[in-house]
Ligand binder design. Sequence first.
Ligand code: NAD
Ligand code: ZN
Length: 254
Amino acid sequence: MSLQTLVRKAAKIIGDSNYVVVFTGAGISAEAGIPTFRGAQGLWTKYRPEELATPKAFKKNPKKVWEWYVWRLEIILRSKPTLAHRIIAELERRGIVKVIITQNVDELHQDAGSRRVIELHGSIRRARCTKCSYKTKLMEIPREIPPHCPKCGALLRPDVVWFGEEVPRVAFEESMREASICDSMIIIGTSGVVFPAAYIPIIAKSKGAILIEINPSRSALTSYVDIHIGTEASKALKAIYLELKSLGIINDRD
Ligand code: NAD
Ligand code: ZN
């Protein structure tokens, strides 16, 4: 099927839905210059994220783990939301998209203006104390690496969910609720191999939602989806947006 045919079908499904949920992964931020985990390039390719983003690695060598986060935070702090992030925010503003469930830790959905964002894996742009309830936003790179808590002196850690840790219960339960009530779900830029996040589209499907996937490659979720649009997030979303306009679902007077 041609890209245009797939886009037309996707736009029709979105237009016919009362409740659209967007589910995103690292691929949506790839165009912002933030490396994904699978296929990442550069300095840290000699380390596997599964070996650094763990409680065990942090316990053994907090400085090394923080250095990896500093490298990622530097990139994230100078990144801007992509056209894909901005189109999703615009679809939410127009009442078409109801919520964004993200595995990303970069807060680019919020930067783009999205209001209902469920963060399944936390944010690199925050740190929290390993002992007390202290939490802080990271507007810049901490001066001391590893940083310590100004309240109790214990180590601070990135406010993210590491491999082997539980995802925040409230965020996960809310995501499951959203997945079970949506009419359609747009899955963007995720390899679908990180659990329990990857259950969310599967639950949506089992409750009758139509799944649309945007990913230049096939993913572990592709066999579940109704439509796979095999191209980059911004290109696909721009085409869907234009199609929603030509179908009259979006008009400029809104
Ligand atoms: P992943 O790295 O496992 O997979 C990325 C997926 O994006 C791949 O399937 C790839 O084909 C696809 N992709 C690449 N470029 C794309 C584009 N332009 N448009 C659409 N899709 C594109 O990512 P994941 O599934 O999110 O899982 C990895 C974990 O890594 C997550 O838990 C997340 O917390 C973390 N992570 C987050 C960020 C971020 O916040 N930006 C970056 C790296 C990793
Ligand atoms: Zn503390």
